[in-house]
Design a protein around this ligand. Structure first.
Ligand code: SAM
Length: 294
């Protein structure tokens, strides 16, 4: 029987955030693979964990991954942790997880803190749809290229950032997304000097430009404001109907959202279109009243 690879999340600052399950798995595993064994020894000492630690970091991922796979094939339980947060999220782990999946070795996530979710949930920016972009490139040209490509993004954007690059990133965002775009900066989450700033890109530049910036940072940007639609609601309904296979109730919802008008108003317009079509004998198969309802 193969062993099990556990992906164990550890605190991103406050040690009280470790879960009971994480503690049990870390104590019961045969081996714990850690990004930085010296760093994780402190966590182990704090919680009285005595499981052997082995290093597993970006630059030995391929070679060390093979050794871990051997242990797993022999039936051992291996727990993977990173310095902080959830392993494999902007941290090593993905390749090992993929190899385990390919070989039928069970992979079990033991969830817990992750800076991306902690920052998003407390940011005050929309949480229903978001895109996590990891670290922005350090080279200005590459960073600006990515920000340009993301300028019209309709989801909340989330980046990991370093304190010494925060101002450059904010400057680029302010220029490319506009200084009125809302941004959030989550600094030192769950720690003593935790700070969550929410304001426009221009305000953020002013706020963080005052003092030396310290600590760990997640930078978030609000979705781009929707572009104003042109043409009438009726035209938009006709266009959607022509170009998609969506049922009318979904088209009505979509157009109402696009135009920022009540669904009932768009629904009335859709009925008018239907009447016109029935008069001219062109119903395109959309005859059910039910299908038409929002
Ligand atoms: N795997 C981790 C996770 O699940 O959050 C992320 C690892 S990534 C190498 C480290 C980055 O996460 C930091 O540079 C910072 O951007 C962010 N981060 C980690 N802890 C944080 C904290 N307490 N407050 C704010 N950001 C944090």
């Amino acid at each position: 029987m193969p062993g099990i690879l556990y992906l164990v999340a550890t605190p991103i600052g406050n040690l009280e955030d470790i879960t009971l399950r994480a503690l049990r798995i870390l104590k019961e595993a045969d081996l714990v693979a850690a990004e930085d064994t010296r760093h994780s020894s402190k966590l182990f000492r704090h919680f009285g964990i005595e499981t052997p630690l082995t290093s597993f970091f970006e630059h030995n991922e391929a070679e060390k991954g093979e050794q871990l796979l051997t242990a797993l094939r022999e039936g051992r339980a291996v727990a993977l942790i990173s310095d902080a947060g959830t392993p494999a999220i902007a941290d090593p782990g993905f390749i090992l997880v993929r190899r385990c999946r390919e070989e039928g070795i069970p992979v079990i996530a033991v969830p817990g803190p992750s800076a991306v979710i902690t920052a998003l949930s407390s940011s005050g920016l929309p949480t229903d749809r978001f895109a996590f972009e990891g670290f922005l490139p350090s080279r200005p040209a590459a960073r600006r290229k990515i920000l340009n490509a993301l300028a019209g993004e309709s989801r909340t954007l989330i980046f990991y950032e370093t304190p010494h690059r925060l101002l450059s990133a904010l400057r680029d965002m302010s220029e490319i997304f506009g200084e009125e775009r809302l941004v959030a900066v989550a600094r030192e989450l769950t720690k003593l000097h935790e700070e969550l700033f929410l304001g426009t890109a221009g305000e953020a530049l002013e706020h963080f430009g005052k003092d030396k910036i310290r600590g760990e940072i997640v930078l978030l940007a609000a979705p781009a404001p929707p572009t104003k639609p042109t043409g009438s609601v009726r035209d938009a309904l006709r266009k959607w109907k022509r170009e998609t296979e969506l049922p009318m109730r979904d088209i009505v919802k979509q157009v109402a959202r696009e135009y920022g008008v009540p669904g009932s108003e768009v629904y009335r317009e859709s009925l008018a279109i239907k009447e016109d079509e029935e008069k001219s004998g062109n119903t395109q198969g959309r005859t059910s009243k039910e299908e038409n309802s929002p």
